[in-house]
Design a protein around this ligand. Structure first.
Ligand code: ATP
Ligand code: MG
Length: 357
């Protein structure tokens, strides 16, 4: 008897995964996977990625294996987690079409995440319909696998809310069918939406302000040393600001007091912050500490990733097997949905009896 809780999460193959993904979602996925109490399904969301990249399919193609390598690097284990490619799991598209009838245009236009992404992409009224409706397709992804838990960054909360509304509407109209999901957020607020190295509100593949999981050690160092701090902290002895200082935000996200103690004369991060606020602690020094900590976290990820980089046919097999398994589960959900909606005509005895004799 399998009473593990089902998890569904995914990422758009629009670029390499970064430390924002790691701290906001990937780390939690690995922890849940290894707890033995969860069954994770992980979707490489190429269909969703095409909604705002229809003119550049090569960008998506070239990132499928890359994203999978990032997954394997952080420790997602294909024996415990199922990784699949969204477009291969074609029942998701059909579910999306049925769910579209349960959502209004006004509701889609109100979604704060979609709204801000549309603004960032300067779409206005020329938004691709597929992009505006991606929260509906995400509802198909989540419900197809009967997911109860969805570990995400904070930007995805409005999208999960949309899924819950669809589940409610569907179950009300057609009878109890779909499982109600719940978003799972990191406790630490700075991890829910990690800022970019440029200080921008979100580290994001499309904003080019990332530290990628596969970055080599020199690149990480160079990115950390160029990071935004407090613009008024010009001389070491000047009092410095910790709030809004990207280096301290990252230390809040990644550093433990044990690491701070091992790498500096401070016994806690708080003590180090106090010194910075008083004045007398320079930016170069805090950046060096952050660099050390990131190197410690990213180096084993990069090493594990390299093993798979050298065995790409194994990565293809992992994706093919995972996609097949996910297709089987999604087909079952679709069949159930069609039955509940009363459109499974050729399997429906009451339909046949009533309308064909
Ligand atoms: P894109 O710019 O193409 O949208 P992205 O960097 O936003 O890419 P997604 O693939 O859209 O990445 O997001 C995948 C998952 O990672 C989602 O659960 C999202 O909430 C989470 N995530 C993305 N960026 C961050 C971040 N900076 N901090 C915390 N979580 C994040
Ligand atoms: Mg995104």
């Amino acid at each position: 008897m399998n009473n593990k809780k089902i998890i569904l999460t995914g990422d758009r193959p629009t670029g390499n995964l970064h430390i924002g993904h790691f701290i906001g979602s990937l780390r939690k996925r690995v922890e849940l996977q290894n707890s033995g109490n969860y069954e994770p399904y992980i979707l490489i969301a190429d269909v969703q990625a095409l909604t705002d990249n229809s003119d550049n399919p090569e960008k998506i193609r070239s990132n499928i294996i890359e994203v999978c390598l990032d997954y394997l690097g952080v420790g997602l284990d294909p024996n415990k987690s199922t990784i699949g490619i969204q477009s291969y799991i074609y029942p998701l598209t059909e579910l999306t079409v049925y769910y579209m009838n349960l959502v209004t245009l006004a509701r889609l236009q109100r979604n704060p995440t979609v709204k801000s992404e549309m603004k960032q992409k300067k779409y206005g009224a020329n938004v691709p319909v597929g992009f505006l409706t991606y929260p509906i397709s995400q509802a198909a992804d989540i419900t197809a696998f009967n997911a109860e838990v969805v570990p995400v960054g904070e930007d995805q909360l409005p999208v999960i809310e949309q899924t819950c509304e669809i589940v409610n509407a569907f179950n009300r109209i057609y009878g109890e069918t779909l499982t109600m999901p719940k978003a799972m957020l990191e406790q630490n607020k700075v991890c829910q939406r990690l800022v970019g190295i440029d200080g921008n509100a979100k580290m994001s593949k499309s904003l080019g302000n990332t530290i990628n999981l596969k970055d080599d050690s020199d690149t990480i160092k160079q990115k950390v040393m160029s990071m935004y701090t407090d613009p008024n902290h010009i001389h070491i002895e000047d009092p410095g600001q910790v709030e809004g200082n990207t280096v301290f935000t990252y230390l809040d996200a990644f550093a433990t007091d044990e690491q701070i103690k091992a790498l500096s004369e401070y016994s806690t991060l708080q003590e180090m912050k106090e010194h910075y606020k008083r004045g007398g602690l320079g930016d170069v020094k805090i950046k060096k500490i952050l660099n050390e900590i990131l190197q410690q976290i990213l180096s084993p990820i990069r090493e594990r990733r390299k093993i798979y980089e050298n065995d790409r046919s194994q990565v293809m097999k992992i994706l093919k097997d995972g996609s097949e398994k996910m297709l089987t589960v999604a087909l079952q959900t679709l069949d159930n949905v069609r039955t509940k909606m009363g459109i499974n005509y050729f399997k429906d005895k009451s339909f046949i009896d009533k309308y064909t004799n």
